[in-house]
Design a protein around this ligand. Sequence first.
Ligand code: HEC
Length: 200
Amino acid sequence: MFHRKTLYWLLFLTVFVHCKPNTENKEVVKEQKEVISQEEALAIGQDIAVASQQVLGKNLKQAIEKKGVLGAITFCNTAAIRLTDSMATAYKHSIKRLSDKPRNQMNQASRAEEKLIAAYSKDLAEGKSISPSAFKKENGGYRFYQPIVSNKLCLNCHGVVGQQVNEKTFAQIKALYPNDKATGYAANQIRGLWAIDIEN
Ligand code: HEC
């Protein structure tokens, strides 16, 4: 059996010998090379989502330790989008958190994204493994999504009001977000999506 590398070399040589590119299709070859594959988009997206989640998670934990849940709401209110924006600048990709039941209306998922969340939720509830998605965009590049799963810590602010979310916390949330939809969650549910645009 051929070693995979040998096979690639042979393929390369065959292509190279048979179609010596003229300057015109050299451009085409170059263009094709720059287009990233779905696998690459998934790998890039995952790296960014994991890093962003870590930054946000670390800051949230610190805020709760320092100021308690009530004080940490202000942190989420003022710092969450700022932090994802700064990650976006660092990675040169657009990074957002979206939800079908958003707290901040700026994080509202589209109809198609709501369907994706519903599909992820169904799989998670049925105990199936869930993995990120990357969809080709019409004008090139990919839109990457990674599900955001709730844990116990999240329930302080996203759990059931009167149970994990106490009245004081809820009052503060309502004061900042009169249209809040992001309570009533249990642990291990889909709270939303990381949405990352990956350009070619
Ligand atoms: C201290 C309270 C608090 C805790 C704890 C908390 N959140 Fe939030 N969460 C908020 C606030 C406030 C917002 C709105 C942020 C904004 O205005 O951008 C928010 C927004 C979000 C959003 C963006 C979508 C939306 O609803 O606007 C996601 C996703 C999210 N939280 C997931 C989580 C997850 C997952 C955890 C647990 C790891 C968690 N949150 C823990 C307060 C909290």
